[in-house]
Design a protein. Structure first.
Length: 343
């Protein structure tokens, strides 16, 4: 029995490594083809992507981008273990950012306690946005892939309305909120970087928390049983509906927290471009890594590096700004294919 479990664990690890290598090969091929189509040298583009993502000078920016990806992917790993496919992290992050910005404006002078409230309130906003498709799946049998994906677009257009209307700063010509209270800012810890405490905490503690949650607790076992099928869940007297709702709540909360930290630690206000696609980028990370804490960390930093590298390559080589969106679309399609295979 123990030997069989070890074989399954080894197989899953090899499967994750294979998927990671496959993603990297296809990603590199697509970048090369896109570079050729724009008239750029593919080798130059790949060089500047690697330099922009993983050179010592760029590591702080890579970690800045990896942090929200890791936070969201850690949240998504929970429903994915139970075969609940939340594709709506982008919208949940946006609502978390809006919530944190709104309450942060009114918490000036609250200091560290205000930071905690803003982060939790942002998580609550993301939670509520994820709860809606969770309830629709449990009580109406709706496909959560479709409902969470559609909720992203609703969130984007609602954010556009709010940032151009009720939440728009009167002191700005752009669609953005007022700055949150100065004492709520997560200031950089190192000169010349944007690395704040939220980034270090997420990169250092989240993998450990995920390892304990999935590998050392009954929660991980129950999620695996639910993911194995409804018959097995009924046999162990577990409620699939309750697990669906709780896992959606957890993943939505984590996406909202990621949005809160983007507001408090990076932009200090809510903007239309607050996410930069982090919600979509976290999906393939969670798909490839599963509940493996080291894989979550490595994949998040890797994809954060690629994201930052593409931005650098745009400035130096002159590749179109839309390349990142093309890559995000490709990653989402690959994630949906994995859902179809596993689902």
């Amino acid at each position: 029995m123990l030997r069989s479990a070890r074989r399954i664990k080894s197989y899953n690890m090899l499967n994750n490594v294979f998927l990671t290598l496959l993603f990297l090969i296809i990603l590199t091929t697509i970048v090369g083809l896109l570079a050729l189509m724009t008239g750029a040298n593919p080798l130059d583009v790949l060089y500047w992507i690697l330099w922009g993502g993983f050179s010592p000078q760029q590591i702080p920016e890579t970690l800045l981008r990896a942090s929200p990806i890791l936070i969201i992917a850690s949240g998504l790993a929970v429903p994915y273990m139970a075969r609940v496919w939340n594709i709506g992290s982008e919208g949940q992050l946006i609502f978390g950012a809006l919530g944190a910005a709104w309450i942060g404006i009114h918490l000036s002078g609250w200091g560290s306690f205000g930071i905690l409230i803003a982060v939790l309130f942002g998580g609550l906003c993301g939670l509520i946005w994820a709860l809606i498709p969770g309830l629709l799946r449990v009580y109406r049998g709706s496909n959560e892939v479709l409902t969470t994906l559609m909720m992203n677009y609703i969130a984007i257009y609602m954010a556009s309305y709010l940032l151009n209307g009720p939440l728009k700063s009167r002191a700005s010509l752009f669609p953005e909120t007022d700055l949150v209270g100065r004492d709520l800012w997560l200031d950089p810890l190192f000169p010349g970087t944007r690395i704040h405490a939220g980034i270090l905490i997420s990169l250092a503690l989240l993998p450990l928390a995920i390892h304990i949650l999935f590998g050392r607790s009954l929660i991980g076992l129950r999620l695996r049983i639910i993911g194995a099928g409804e018959v097995q869940a009924r046999y162990f007297k577990l409620s699939p509906g309750l697990i669906v709702i709780l896992s959606m709540i957890f993943s939505g909360f984590m996406a909202g927290v990621a949005g809160s930290l983007e507001v408090l630690g990076v932009h200090h206000r809510a903007l239309p471009t607050i996410s930069q696609g982090y919600g979509y980028l976290a999906i393939p990370v969670a798909m490839i890594s599963g509940p493996s804490a080291p894989m979550l960390l490595i994949a998040s930093i890797g994809l954060g590096g690629v994201t930052n590298g593409v931005t650098v390559a745009q400035m130096i080589v002159g590749i179109p700004s839309g390349m990142m969106y093309i890559l995000q679309g490709f990653l989402l399609i690959m994630a949906l294919i994995i859902i179809k295979i596993r689902g």
